[in-house]
Design a protein around this ligand. Structure first.
Ligand code: SD4
Length: 322
């Protein structure tokens, strides 16, 4: 149920194949970058030159997440995946700039590909924190983003196959308290600390397959899908957001870390808070402290290979969460 280590401790790891040793002590010299799931190594590698050349953590987070959002075959983030009940793909994203604790987010964003970049515009260009639905699309257009279909052949076929079976969304059934049959989850969450010690955290997803139109999940909600505190570190969530957002698990992780708990134990404790209420759900958390300690945990995903990857000057290590 756990994986843990420090970015500094990875320095000798073979790039892209490193694995945590279980050590929880030590300090990274920074800068470093953490990204969830199998696309983590590629996303980290894409954004690493920004940090390596003294660039900003928020630029690195945006770059890493854009990398995943624009992958043509990625079904759970960005365009071309997870259609809703009527066959449309909609996006949720949030981003934090640690030094000012400024956030921006979009929920149920339609027809615009780079949701994390629109979220950043909400943060940088407005006094608001979250803009949703068609109005988020209109906002994006005002900010110069291009409107385009988020459907591709794969998402079209997924929806047509599902609709042809005469299925309708299961989301009108109050979700059974004791089971989670939701298919795959792959939300991208990225945490970066730059050479100046500035934190940024972000996440982006297309949410839950065949969701009721208008549904917004945990990903754009600070404290639910992602959280960070410039004094502590960052945490990101993936999994059944309809359950997880009820508990603000990433906020919980950061508050436990603030009290001195190592990231891995904090992730485990935040998930336990949910399971203790009787929920059986699929979900994962990963976190990294300002000094480079990192850890992750998962619940209900015995057969799901949840992982996160950490990049620092010593390499890019993929950490499976067992
Ligand atoms: C959601 N938490 O919208 C997201 C889905 C997810 O990995 O994480 N997938 O519920």
């Amino acid at each position: 149920m756990r994986a843990t280590g420090t970015a500094a401790g990875m320095a000798a790891a073979t790039p892209l194949s490193g694995q945590a040793t279980g050590a929880t002590s030590g300090k990274a010299t920074g800068p470093f970058l953490l990204t969830t799931w199998d696309f983590g190594p590629g996303a980290n590698e894409d954004a690493w030159p920004i940090l390596a050349s003294g660039g900003s953590a928020i630029d690195a987070v945006e770059k890493a997440i854009n990398y995943v959002e624009l992958l043509p075959d990625e079904y759970y983030v960005g365009y071309g995946g997870v259609p809703n009940e009527v066959g449309e793909t909609t996006l949720d994203a949030t981003i934090l700039w640690g030094p000012t604790h400024d956030w921006g987010g979009v929920g149920c964003l339609k027809r615009v590909k780079r949701a994390i970049s629109v979220a950043r515009k909400v943060m940088e260009e407005t006094q608001h924190t979250l803009i949703v639905g068609d109005d988020a699309t209109r906002f994006a257009a005002r900010m110069g983003f291009t409107e385009t279909s988020l459907t591709n052949l794969r998402s079209q076929k997924a929806w047509e196959d599902w609709a042809a079976k005469g299925e309708s969304t299961d989301a009108f059934d109050p979700e059974p308290f004791d089971q989670d049959e939701l298919p795959g989850h792959d939300t991208v969450g990225t945490i970066a600390v730059d050479a100046e010690g500035n934190l940024s955290v972000g996440c982006s997803t297309n949410g839950r397959e065949f969701k009721i139109p208008g549904r917004v999940g945990d990903s754009p909600i600070p404290g639910a899908g992602a959280y960070g505190d410039q004094d502590v570190g960052g945490a990101v969530a993936t999994g059944n957001g309809d359950v997880m957002m009820r508990f603000l698990p990433t906020y919980h992780v950061i508050e436990l870390m603030r009290q001195g708990m190592p990231p891995q134990l904090a992730c485990e404790a935040a998930l336990k808070r949910i399971t203790d209420r009787g929920y059986k759900f699929g979900g994962g958390l990963a976190a990294i402290s300002m000094d480079g300690q990192y850890g992750g945990a998962k619940a209900g995903w015995e057969d799901v290979p949840f992982s996160y990857s950490v990049r620092d000057a010593g390499g890019n290590a993929k950490i499976p969460v067992a």
